[in-house]
Design a protein around this ligand. Structure first.
Ligand code: PEP
Ligand code: MN
Length: 264
């Protein structure tokens, strides 16, 4: 394969002032979906207070059922930019269609979700965008396929890519997905790109998120992607896996402790 430039080993990606990779440890947190200004601000204030470096929130939601909340779309992105103004945190949100690229003009980091990891036309278009891309591993994708997806973006000239392990589908049904932490050192070795871990979508249940988040830090992840909601019981998507802001604050503290032990 040997597609990704090994010279780039340990590269740091600057996302509007927030560093990812190259020795930095980065927490990205926020709600699964942007539901309203009040809901987003409550989560944003919480993750900011807990010391997160970036704020996440989905405006375009790829849902399994077409009858489920699909996200606020362009209005969601507007609210996310308001939350950035309020907190000072750079923002990340998911793109699901290359035609949406103009709407992402002011977004700091563009997320490609698991369902679109092999949407090659989308990846090719993002290769021509002057913005970093957070590329999540597909639901049933191998490490090699994830690297090839990154290569699609790089081939167009955009080398600012951050990889994210978010669990893969296996025979196991006790968790939403199976978190493949072995991907962390392997992706580091093969790509030199920053590797984040998202234990929220892997586990699917809030109580299982902290232990696997800490395990991911111990495995050498460059940061975590964590879903946070101030009122998980009433969340319009992925409420079961959302941490409350105070739970996230505790996890953030523990994650930084583990990071110090691992990295010295
Ligand atoms: C998300 O981050 O909200 C999301 C939809 O994740 P994934 O693409 O990993 O399922
Ligand atoms: Mn989600």
């Amino acid at each position: 394969m040997d597609i990704i430039d090994r010279e780039n080993s340990g590269r740091v990606i600057n996302v509007s002032g927030a560093e990812i990779g190259g020795g930095a440890f980065t927490l990205i947190a926020g709600p699964c979906a942007i539901e309203s200004r009040e809901q987003l601000f409550a989560a944003a204030d919480g993750v900011k207070a807990a010391g997160a470096e970036l704020l996440r929130g989905g405006a375009f939601k790829p849902r399994t059922s077409p009858h489920d909340f699909q996200g606020l779309g362009a209005e969601g992105i507007r609210l996310l930019l308001e939350a950035r103004e309020r907190t000072g945190l750079p923002v990340v949100t998911e793109i699901v269609d290359p035609r949406q690229i103009p709407l992402f003009e002011q977004v700091d980091l563009i997320q490609v979700g698991a369902r679109n990891m092999q949407n090659y036309e989308l990846l090719k278009e993002l290769g021509h965008v002057d913005k970093p891309v957070l590329l999540k591993r597909g639901l049933a994708s191998t490490i090699k396929e994830l690297l090839m997806a990154a290569e699609y973006i790089m081939a167009g000239g955009n080398e600012r890519i951050i990889l994210c392990e978010r669990g893969i589908r296996t025979f196991e049904t006790a968790t939403r997905s199976t978190l493949d932490l072995s991907a962390v050192p392997v992706l580091h070795e093969k790509s030199g790109l920053p590797v984040l871990v998202d234990p929220s979508h892997a586990m699917g249940a809030a109580r299982f998120v902290p232990p696997m988040a800490l395990a991911a830090v111990a495995a050498g992840a460059d940061g975590l992607l964590i879903e946070v909601h101030a009122d998980p019981a009433h969340a319009l998507s992925d409420g079961a896996q959302a941490l409350r802001p105070e739970e996230f604050a505790q996890l953030a503290e523990q994650a930084r402790q583990i990071r110090r032990i691992v990295r010295g």
